[in-house]
Design a binder for this molecule. Structure first.
Ligand SMILES: Cc1cc2nc3c(=O)[nH]c(=O)nc-3n(C[C@H](O)[C@H](O)[C@H](O)COP(=O)(O)OP(=O)(O)OC[C@H]3O[C@@H](n4cnc5c(N)ncnc54)[C@H](O)[C@@H]3O)c2cc1C
Length: 437
């Protein structure tokens, strides 16, 4: 798998993105005997889900349910996967989609690399680990994370000192310092855009002072702190390693706000904040945990009960808007809150050790100018038909998961299956028409 696709592999469909949506779509199409190419720009498949700690509403371990899907896709005879490869454009005409790819050099020959990590252990250069949201360190040549797929080392050219140690210790001679970026064009009949989401910046609202305090953190940072195999193996405050005694969640910190250009609701923040609060109360039984919210959107199956369980566990829910966060000496944070719960004293100040900002979900990729796929006003892929919700504006191109808008895993998986079914139908109808014609 991975640095190249076999010359006899002619994909019926290309999937943009190897997150959970892309993998599910690929598996469903491949099980229908279609050949599928999954293109992922990161060094591993798995998307955001592989980095989560546990998932609402079941509190299943995220990597325990994501890894089998990753592995199934990687071992499926009808699926090929290109990692470190970005879809840059899609040109469509005469019923064919030409998918333009940029393959980034990994400086490791994946056919030779056996994932032994000897290069990683020998490397002296460390930098902040993006997978651990900057909390841990990673070597300049490393397998991206424990359960990454593929289990191949990738060299970070930005941080590598080209000392040659990795090449000297590699038992299979896999290090190739002279790799160059490669451009490829893949012809296919159908495409599924499963390019997912990103989160907007924690520093977007200067009044929350995330740029001035390491203790105003992103929710993905807390996911990593809560993960059993996370950077510290327990929850510690980033600035000084203190065990937090009081944690605040500030909801709608990057969504439902015209002033930052995200007027829509990101849909999963209420639920992941409740999940994280519950996991925190397990990890830090003595901690005081407060969720500041405008309204709780517990929309899915079993979600209202999940919310009620959190209240019963002693999580504090304060209805109100956090106006400002002031960093205090020593690392604590003073929140200025306008609450609707105390008519006589609506403006309150509360001090917490650690604050988690519910950032807004924004599109992971914008195909609008570089493909026939249009985007809606919110920037996510447009899905104009209510009765075919995975169809885009371009025939033969479908979409799944958060590429089309914020959603949870359950809806992402359901949509990925629907997109695969639509793509299969489209391809079979084309084949039948070709036979008749
Ligand atoms: C903090 C947090 C906690 C959450 N917790 C839960 C939870 O407990 N339960 C739950 O149901 N949901 C949860 N969610 C939501 C969940 O993460 C998403 O529903 C799910 O991950 C969406 O998967 P996806 O495949 O659509 O997108 P992604 O996971 O974003 O995958 C998209 C992939 O596409 C790739 N890509 C993008 N553009 C290109 C391109 N041009 N070329 C190649 N590759 C590309 C990206 O690199 C990425 O790997 C949480 C979200 C957050 C932010």
């Amino acid at each position: 798998m991975n640095t190249k696709i076999s010359s006899d592999f002619k994909p019926d469909a290309v999937v943009v993105g190897g997150g959970i949506a892309g993998l599910q779509s690929a598996l469903d199409m491949a099980d229908q005997d279609l050949k599928v190419l999954v293109v992922e720009r990161n060094a591993s498949i798995g998307g955001h889900m592989i980095a989560l700690s546990k998932v609402f509403p079941t509190l299943d371990c995220a990597s325990c349910i994501t890894t089998p899907k990753m592995s199934a896709a990687a071992h499926h005879e009808n699926i090929q996967i290109l990692t470190n490869t970005e879809v840059q454009a899609i040109e469509s005409g005469d019923g064919v989609h030409r998918v333009k790819l940029l393959q980034k050099p990994t400086y490791v020959n994946f056919d030779k690399c056996i994932g032994c990590r000897l290069c990683e252990y020998a490397c002296d250069t460390e930098f902040r680990d993006r997978f651990e949201e900057g909390l841990g360190a990673v070597r300049a040549i490393a397998v991206p994370f424990t359960n990454a797929i593929p289990q191949k080392a990738v060299l970070d050219a930005e941080h590598c000192l080209t000392c040659g140690t990795c090449a000297r210790v590699c038992p299979t001679d896999a290090i190739e310092f002279d790799q160059k970026p490669r451009r490829l064009t893949i012809e296919t009949q159908a495409v599924i855009v499963a390019s997912g989401f990103e989160l907007n910046s924690v520093t977007l609202k200067p009044q929350y002072n995330a740029a001035r305090s390491q203790n105003v953190i992103a929710p993905m940072t807390l996911e990593r702190l809560l993960a059993p195999h996370g950077p510290y193996g327990r929850v510690l405050r980033p600035s000084d390693g203190k065990i937090p005694g009081s944690v605040a969640f500030v909801q709608c910190a990057g969504s439902r706000d015209e002033s930052i250009g995200v007027s829509y609701c990101s849909r999963v923040c209420c639920m992941y904040a409740i999940k994280q609060a519950m996991l925190l109360s397990g990890a830090l039984p003595l901690a005081d945990i407060t969720i500041y919210y405008m309204d709780i959107r517990a929309f899915g199956k079993g979600y209202e009960q999940f919310f009620q369980n959190a209240k019963a566990m002693g999580i504090n829910f304060v209805r109100g808007k956090v106006a400002r966060i002031d960093p205090l000496q020593g690392g604590d944070l003073r929140l200025h809150v306008e609450t609707t719960e105390d008519a006589e004293n609506p403006m309150q100040e509360r001090v917490h050790d650690l604050v988690v900002l519910a950032q807004g979900m924004i599109p992971g990729w914008n195909p609008a100018q570089i493909s026939p796929v249009a985007c809606a006003t919110d920037g996510f892929v447009a899905t104009p038909s209510l009765t075919a919700p995975t169809a885009t504006t371009a025939p033969g191109i479908f979409t799944a998961g958060t590429a089309a808008g914020p959603k949870d895993i359950v809806d992402t998986i359901a949509e990925a299956g629907a997109a695969a079914m639509q793509a299969c139908q489209y391809l079979y109808q084309k084949r039948e028409a070709a036979l008749v014609g």
